[in-house]
Design a protein around this ligand. Structure first.
Ligand code: HEC
Length: 109
């Protein structure tokens, strides 16, 4: 009985947290889509200019590692010449970054 109550209490706290805010889809739309496109295809004006890859492409996805994606979001992306292509998004929590990683995986065709 006590265990059931504990579980209910834990779930009661955890569920609102997990669904709090817009989560990855909203973060993607507000922070990332202007360059990477709504569906990650990189088919925006800025995306074309900066050379954004098509994140819905299976080959591009195969070349990405989850921790590499997380690192890109947290530390930004620089060109070979050291020019900043994508700024670091250090305002995002680790949980938000992980949600974005999963969201990006979902772009794969
Ligand atoms: C100013 C435009 C811009 C914005 C905004 C932007 N990116 Fe990027 N991003 C780039 C460019 C340019 C690259 C390098 C080319 C590529 O890999 O597509 C890149 C690369 C990436 C990569 C590939 C990293 C790798 O290891 O190859 C991921 C994943 C990514 N961005 C995710 C995001 C996420 C998530 C957001 C939002 C939180 C975001 N980007 C916002 C321009 C942007």
């Amino acid at each position: 009985m006590k265990k059931t109550l504990m579980l209910a209490a834990v779930l009661g706290v955890a569920v609102p947290f997990a669904t709090w805010g817009g989560g990855a889809p909203e973060n993607w739309a507000t922070l990332c889509a202007k360059c990477h496109g709504a569906e990650g295809k990189g088919d925006t004006k800025i995306g074309a200019k900066l050379g954004c890859k098509d994140l819905s492409d299976a080959q591009v996805q195969a070349g990405l590692k989850d921790d590499g994606v997380a690192k890109a979001i947290k530390e930004g992306v620089k060109s070979a010449e050291g020019k900043s292509l994508m700024k670091p998004f250090n305002q995002l929590s680790d949980a938000e970054v992980q949600e974005l990683v999963a969201y990006i995986r979902g772009f794969k065709k």
